[in-house]
Design a protein around this ligand. Sequence first.
Ligand SMILES: [Zn+2]
Length: 135
Amino acid sequence: MYCPIIDAAGAIAGAAFQKDKKISKSLIFLIFMMTIDTKKDKRLADEWELSNSKGGMTADEITFLASTGLKTCKDFCASRKYTGENRCICIRERFPTSAHYDLYLRARSKYLELLEIGILAKAASQEATGEKNEK
Ligand SMILES: [Zn+2]
């Protein structure tokens, strides 16, 4: 569920509630994300897409995520708005390169496909046994 922007917004709300001085740091981050540095964010997204880095994530981690699904950007994400749906900061924070993310997407859709086949198979076998019992 991690999203840096929601995290920052939460920190601001929390800090405001407690009259904490950490508010300025979080506020700077939020402003950075929402207005000032969209160019930098785009550049970072470009770099991320072109990166050939191999490290940072194992096949096991990708497999695990494929079975649970990735939960980010549920609400508004400024980074997503400016850099695009598949390369916002939430995704870049989770995957070292876009190749890792692509792999995750493919594994995820395969997983959902298999899940669907499993559900259909279960339903079919229940139907079959149900018919048997009726006779
Ligand atoms: Zn995002």
